[in-house]
Design a protein around this ligand. Structure first.
Ligand code: BV8
Ligand code: ZN
Length: 254
């Protein structure tokens, strides 16, 4: 086998693994042009999350918060899944159980072809009326029509994302815990791992004996817990790991 940069322990795990979890954050979408939250040009550098990603901010500044989500929806709709998203989707061809647990709300894993996805923080393409709960998905982005929109019943329409102080979707979270708890390998990709309770998921995997691989451009709060941290862009590293998988799987066939 040609020289590889990955540790033998990871390669051995890839030979026997069946259940793989990818726990992803905003960093995996950075190469698609979707801004992260806390990096050098992160969203929160300019605006405080408390001012935007929470329900009271929405009630206080409905038009501003709505416009912020319209701005992000526009970016996300123009974005394409990058080689990192695509590599994760291709893992499904080599392992029987691949689960994506994402904190992202940008739909890019689904558009890349991943089938089993748990969105812990919701999805920016879904919206609902806060009074009658009617769904308003895939809203049009009309540059000339500024400001929040109202439901037929008169209620305010909000994005179906989890704001600070709000509970995560319980079923998604429980399924994510279950998959993390039975994973052989858990990849932690493009997340600062500071937002809870989502950030508990990799620890659930760790406590269950999973092999943790971090992929990030810099060390994070999680790095000291990972069995192996690979510092590089997800769009480059994940395809490299996938090509190792292909080598392993093809040599197994011979
Ligand atoms: C809640 C909204 C219960 C959607 C977001 C302990 C337990 C429970 C709660 C808490 C707790 N401690 C604190 C809390 C409160 C709070 C919290 O975690 N605060 C933190 C910030 C201190 N948690 C909550 O409020 C949660 N709810 O607890 O409810 C409850 C209920 C009632 C009363 C009390 C409690 C809700 C949290 C969800 C908040 N919603 N977003 C949206 O608009 O998007 S958070 C926001 O941060 C996004 O969702 C994002 O997904 C999430 C995490 O950020 P990351 O994805 O990690 O992104 P980040 O920019 O930070 O990092 C990017 C990383 O990528 C970096 O490391 C960078 O180096 C790397 N990178 C960059 N480029 C690349 C790359 N890596 C690889 N390749 C590259 N090319
Ligand atoms: Zn309504």
């Amino acid at each position: 086998m040609s020289e590889t940069k990955f540790p033998k322990e990871l390669l051995d795990k890839l030979v026997t693994a069946e259940n793989i979890v990818f726990f992803t954050g905003a960093g995996i979408s950075a190469e698609s042009g979707v801004p992260t939250f806390r990096g050098k040009d992160g969203i929160w550098n300019k605006l405080k999350p408390e001012e935007l990603a929470n329900f009271n901010a929405f009630l206080r500044n409905t038009d501003m918060v709505w416009e912020w989500y319209q701005y992000r929806r526009k970016i996300v709709r123009e974005a394409q899944p990058n080689p990192g998203h695509l590599a994760i989707a291709e893992f499904q061809n080599y392992f029987p159980n691949v689960t994506v647990v994402t904190q992202n709300v940008d739909n890019l894993h689904k558009r890349a072809g991943s089938k089993k996805i748990y969105e812990l923080h919701g999805n920016i393409e879904r919206n609902f009326c806060i009074d009658c709960k009617k769904w308003y998905n895939d809203v049009p982005i009309d540059e000339n029509k500024k400001g929040a929109i109202k439901c037929d019943c008169g209620g305010l329409i909000r994005p179906d994302v989890v704001w600070f102080g709000e509970y995560l979707p319980q079923d998604e979270f429980k399924q994510s815990e279950w998959e993390a708890g039975r994973s052989d390998i858990c990849f932690v990709v493009g997340t600062s791992a500071v937002v809870y309770p989502a950030a508990y998921i990799p620890f659930t995997a760790l406590q269950a004996g999973s092999y943790l691989v971090e992929v990030n451009i810099e060390p994070t709060d999680f790095s000291s817990h990972a069995h192996y941290s690979y510092f590089g862009e997800a769009g480059k590293v994940l395809p490299e790991i996938l090509s190792e998988v292909k080598k392993i799987k093809s040599s197994k066939k011979q």
